[in-house]
Design a protein. Structure first.
Length: 131
């Protein structure tokens, strides 16, 4: 029984909120007219934007390709640069120089007893570096 009375009270409150009193009738009417005007205004703006969007889509579909071929490519008769033979000779000479710069100091450090002058110079160098 309590549940039905409680639901009855809730329904009664909701009904009171829906029914407008005589004193608030003019306010409610004004509020309704204002909201109706805002809704129509927003609907008009929406329809205008939809038309602009559709027109833009049509314009984009009508446009041709943006990339135009001005001159067709041609295959060259021969390579102009870099010349492969020049690169091979240059790298070979550079490799030889690098190898000489590595091998000569290693050979002198491995056999210092054969050359007494080199032994003295190496001793001086070691003393200088140990400081």
């Amino acid at each position: 029984m309590c549940a039905t009375r409680e639901t009855w009270r809730i329904r009664k409150r909701a009904l009171r909120q829906l029914i407008v009193s005589k004193g608030r009738a003019s306010e409610a009417g004004l509020e309704y007219v204002r909201k109706l005007r805002d809704a129509e205004y927003n609907e008009t703006i929406f329809n205008t934007l939809v038309r602009y969007f559709q027109a833009a889509k049509l314009d984009e579909a009508k446009q041709d390709a943006l990339i135009q071929v001005i001159d067709h490519e041609t295959t060259p008769e021969g390579r102009s640069f870099p010349k492969r033979s020049l690169i091979v000779v240059g790298v070979t000479l550079l490799g030889f120089r690098f190898a000489v710069c590595i091998v000569l100091p290693q050979a002198s450090f491995r056999h210092p007893k054969e050359n007494p002058v080199a032994t003295q110079k190496l001793a001086i160098l070691r003393r200088m570096l140990s400081v």
